[in-house]
Ligand binder design. Structure first.
Ligand code: SAH
Length: 240
C-alpha cells in the first residue's frame, strides 16, 4: 500500500511517532488536498526513510499525523556535490530541482568572475530541493549551501574530493573523458559567460580537478548541469 501524497517534515519518524504539522503543511494537506482524518500520507525527513502516516487530527492551522510503518528505507545519494554559478532565477531554480532529482548530495552556488546573478536566496532554493525530493520519491534532501566565492571554494578544497570541471573551452577540441576514480566528487559548472582564464589556470593547478568535455556544442549552464550529472551518475554513481 502506498500513499500518493509525500511530505517532507523536519521531525523524527518511527513506529507510533506523532508528527505535528505546521500551518503551511496543514493548509496543503487539509485545505488544498482535502485529506480527511484517517487518510494516509507518506512522510520523510532525510534521515529515517519513508513512513506511512495517518491523519489523526486535521485543523485549519495545524494538525497531527501518526506514523504507521516504514514504507522505504533511507536511500542516500552518492557523495556528489553540484557546484554551479547561479544564473537567472528560473534557470537557477531549474538547476536545483534537477540536482535533487538526479541524486546530488549537496548543492553549492559558486560566485565566479563572470557570474552576474544577484543575491542567491538559499532558503528559496532549499525549498525547491525539498519539493523535488517530495515529487521524485527521494528519501533524502540535498543541502543547498550558502553561496561561496570561487577562490574561497578552491582555497578550502579537500584534496580527496575529485572535481569534474566542465570546461566549455574543450567543446571545440576533443578527448578528456571522466576518469574512473571512486570516492567523493563534485561537478563544477560555469555561468553564461563561462570561466575566466584566471579561473581556468587556478583549476589547472588543483590536483583534484579534471577538465571534462560535454560534447562538441556549447551547452547552456542549466543543460550542462543535467548533462554532467547524467554522465557522472552513469559512470560512477548509483544508476548501475
Ligand atoms: N559563454 C561561454 C559558454 C558558457 S556555457 C562560451 O561561449 O564559451 C556555461 C557552462 O556550461 C560552462 O562554463 C561549462 O561549465 C558548461 N559547458 C557548456 N558546454 C560545455 C561543453 N561542451 N563541455 C564542457 N562544459 C560545458
Amino acid at each position: 500500500m502506498s500513499a500518493k501524497i509525500r511530505l517532507y517534515v523536519d521531525h523524527p519518524l518511527g513506529a507510533g511517532q506523532s508528527v505535528p504539522l505546521d500551518r503551511g503543511q496543514a493548509h496543503y494537506l487539509f485545505g488544498v488536498m482535502r485529506q480527511p482524518v484517517g487518510a494516509q500520507v507518506a512522510l520523510f525527513n532525510g534521515r529515517d526513510g519513508e513512513w506511512l502516516a495517518e491523519v489523526a487530527r486535521a485543523g485549519k492551522r495545524d494538525g497531527e499525523l501518526i506514523c504507521v510503518a516504514q514504507s522505504r528505507p533511507l536511500q542516500m545519494p552518492p557523495d556528489l556535490w553540484l557546484c554551479f554559478a547561479p544564473i537567472k532565477k528560473a534557470r537557477t531554480d531549474f538547476i536545483v530541482e534537477k540536482a535533487a532529482e538526479m541524486g546530488a548530495a549537496r548543492i553549492v552556488p559558486v560566485m565566479t568572475e563572470f557570474t552576474n546573478a544577484g543575491r542567491v536566496q538559499t532558503d528559496r532554493l532549499q525549498a525547491h530541493a525539498v519539493e523535488a525530493a517530495e515529487q521524485c520519491g527521494g528519501t533524502y534532501v540535498p543541502e543547498v549551501a550558502e553561496a561561496v566565492r570561487f577562490d574561497r571554494l578552491l582555497d578550502g578544497w579537500d584534496s580527496t574530493r575529485h572535481l569534474m570541471f566542465c570546461d566549455e573551452a574543450l567543446a571545440a577540441g576533443g578527448g578528456s573523458a571522466l576518469p574512473e576514480a571512486r570516492g567523493p566528487w563534485a561537478i563544477l559548472i560555469g555561468p553564461e559567460g563561462g570561466f575566466s582564464e584566471k579561473e581556468r589556470e587556478r583549476l589547472a593547478r588543483l590536483e583534484a580537478a579534471v577538465a571534462v568535455r560535454l560534447g562538441p556544442r556549447i551547452l547552456r549552464a542549466d543543460t550542462a548541469a543535467v548533462a554532467a550529472m547524467t554522465l557522472w551518475q552513469q559512470a560512477l554513481g548509483d544508476w548501475g
